[in-house]
Design a protein around this ligand. Structure first.
Ligand SMILES: *Cc1c(COP(=O)(O)O)cnc(C)c1O
Length: 415
C-alpha cells in the first residue's frame, strides 16, 4: 500500500468495501475497545447468550435427561465435529469435538505411537508449552523409552526427521511469532521417512482455509475458543484421517468411546470410526456455545478471511514501521505474509509495560514472555480503522512514556 494511502480516512474506505464488514455486527464488542486478542479468546457472538439460555432453560430445565435424545446432546460432539471438518478441509467423519486441546494431543499422539516401533518424537523447542508438557507426561506414562527430540529451526526440523522418528508434533502457526509451517510439505517429508505428523491448529482453524485431507494429514488437534469464537474453555477438536481411525486405540477409553455405551458391558470395545476418540460426558452448555461460533464461521468464505487477515497484518506492520520506528520495535513475525498466520508480533524490552499501558487505552493485545508484544487480527470483527487507531495509541504510549509507570510493571497471573 503506497504511504499516501495510509490515513485513517483511507482505512475507513477499505472498511466500506470489505466483504466481511457485515460480520462485525454479529459480535458483542464493547465500545471503545479495539480487540486484538481474538487469537487468545475469540469475541462473543450475539447469538451465543440466547442459545445458552435456551439450552439451560428449555433443554436442561424442562426436558431434563430426555434432552440427550430429544435435543441431540448425544450426537453433539460428532455433529459439531462435522461442521468443523468443513472449516479445516477434512471429510465429514474425521473430526470430533472433545476435551481440551492438551488432552486431545495426549490421545492422538498416544494413538500414533502405538502404530510405530520408533522411539523418537520430534517437536520444536518453541512449541506451545502445553504440547511439550503433554508429550513429557505421555512419555513418562508409557514408560517405553520414548524420547523427545526438540529442534530450533525449520532447517533442523527437516534433518531431525529421520528413520527413527515415530511421530512429529508441530503447531501450524506459532503462538509466539505467528510463523506458519508448510503443512503439506512437512507432512509428506515425514511420511516419506515413515513418521506420522500431529498438527496443532490452535492458531489456524477459523483464521484461514486449511486442507487437511489433501495435505494427507494423519492427526490434528485444535482449539474452540480462539478463532472459532466458542467461548472461554470451549471444548477442543481433534482430527484423525479416516484411513487410520479403525487401526488406532486411544488411551482414555471412556464409555463415550465404547461401541455400545448403553450396554454397560464390563470391558471396553472401541466404537468404529472417530467416535472411539470420545472419552466421557461432554460439557453440553459449552458445546452449544461452540456450535454457535462454528455456525457463524460456516457462513464465512475462508478465502476472504485469509485475504483480510493478510491485509490487516500488512497494514499494522507498515504503520508501526512508519509511526513508531524510533522506539526500536523489532518485528518477530515473518515479514512475508505467506509465511505467517493471523498475528503480528514485535519484541521490545519494555513489552510487558507497553501492553499494559495500551490495554488501559483500550487496545487489547497481549504479552508473551520474555519480550513479545502480540497482536492478533480476527478478520470477522477487526476493521482496518481499528488497526490505524491501535497504532496511534501505541505511538501515544511511546511518545508520552505512558508505559513507564509503576502500575504497569506489576505482573498479573494471566498475561
Ligand atoms: C491455545 C493453545 C493451546 C491450548 O490448550 P488448552 O488445552 O486449551 O489449554 C494448545 N496448543 C496451542 C498451540 C495453543 O496455542
Amino acid at each position: 500500500m503506497p504511504s499516501h494511502l495510509l490515513t485513517q480516512h483511507a482505512c475507513k474506505e477499505l472498511d466500506a468495501v470489505d466483504p466481511l464488514a457485515p460480520f462485525r455486527s454479529q459480535f458483542e464488542l464493547p465500545e471503545h475497545i479495539i480487540y486484538l486478542d481474538g487469537n487468545s479468546l475469540g469475541a462473543l457472538p450475539k447469538a451465543t447468550a440466547p442459545r445458552i439460555s435456551q439450552v439451560v432453560q428449555q433443554e436442561w430445565g424442562r426436558d431434563l435427561i430426555s434432552s440427550w435424545n430429544k435435543h441431540g446432546w448425544w450426537q453433539a460432539q460428532q455433529r459439531v465435529g462435522r461442521k468443523i471438518s468443513r472449516i479445516i478441509g477434512a471429510a465429514d467423519d474425521e473430526v470430533l469435538v472433545a476435551d481440551s486441546t492438551s488432552i486431545n494431543l495426549f490421545k492422538v499422539v498416544a494413538a500414533a505411537l502405538d502404530l510405530h516401533p520408533g522411539k523418537i518424537i520430534v517437536s520444536e523447542r518453541a512449541n506451545f508449552p502445553t504440547d511439550l508438557y503433554m508429550l513429557e507426561g505421555l512419555i513418562r506414562h508409557l514408560g517405553r523409552g520414548h524420547q523427545l527430540r526438540l529442534v530450533d529451526s525449520s532447517e533442523e526440523l527437516r534433518t531431525a526427521i529421520d528413520g527413527d522418528v515415530a511421530v512429529v508434533v508441530l503447531t501450524h502457526v506459532s503462538y509466539r511469532t505467528g510463523r506458519m509451517l508448510h503443512m503439506a510439505a512437512i507432512t509428506a517429508h515425514a511420511q516419506a521417512r515413515g513418521a506420522m505428523v500431529v498438527w496443532d491448529l490452535a492458531h489456524s482453524a477459523g483464521a484461514m482455509p486449511l486442507q487437511l485431507s489433501s495435505a494427507g494429514v494423519d492427526f490434528a488437534v485444535g482449539c474452540g475458543y480462539k478463532f472459532l469464537n466458542g467461548g472461554p474453555g470451549a471444548p477442543a477438536f481433534l482430527y484423525v484421517a479416516k484411513r487410520l481411525q479403525d487401526r488406532v486405540q486411544q488411551p482414555l477409553s471412556g464409555w463415550f468411546g465404547h461401541a455400545r455405551p448403553f450396554a454397560f458391558e464390563p470391558s471396553f470395545d472401541a466404537a468404529p470410526g472417530i467416535q472411539r476418540f470420545q472419552c466421557g460426558t461432554p460439557p453440553i452448555i459449552s458445546l452449544a456455545a461452540l456450535e454457535v461460533g462454528v455456525d457463524l464461521m460456516l457462513g464465512v468464505p475462508l478465502a476472504h478471511v485469509r485475504e483480510k487477515s493478510v491485509a490487516l497484518g500488512c497494514l499494522f506492520m507498515r504503520l508501526v514501521d512508519l509511526e513508531c520506528f524510533e522506539w526500536g520495535f523489532q518485528l518477530a513475525s515473518p515479514g512475508d505474509p505467506a509465511e505467517r498466520g493471523s498475528q503480528i508480533c514485535f519484541t521490545h524490552p519494555e513489552g510487558y509495560s507497553i501492553i499494559q499501558a495500551l490495554i488501559r487505552l483500550g487496545v487489547v493485545g497481549d504479552f508473551r514472555a520474555p519480550d513479545i508484544l502480540r497482536f492478533g487480527f480476527a478478520p470477522l470483527y477487526v476493521r482496518h480503522v481499528d488497526v490505524w487507531d491501535a497504532v496511534q495509541k501505541l505511538k501515544l504510549v511511546m511518545q508520552e512514556r505512558l508505559w513507564d509507570r509503576a502500575e504497569y510493571r506489576r505482573s498479573a497471573v494471566v498475561t
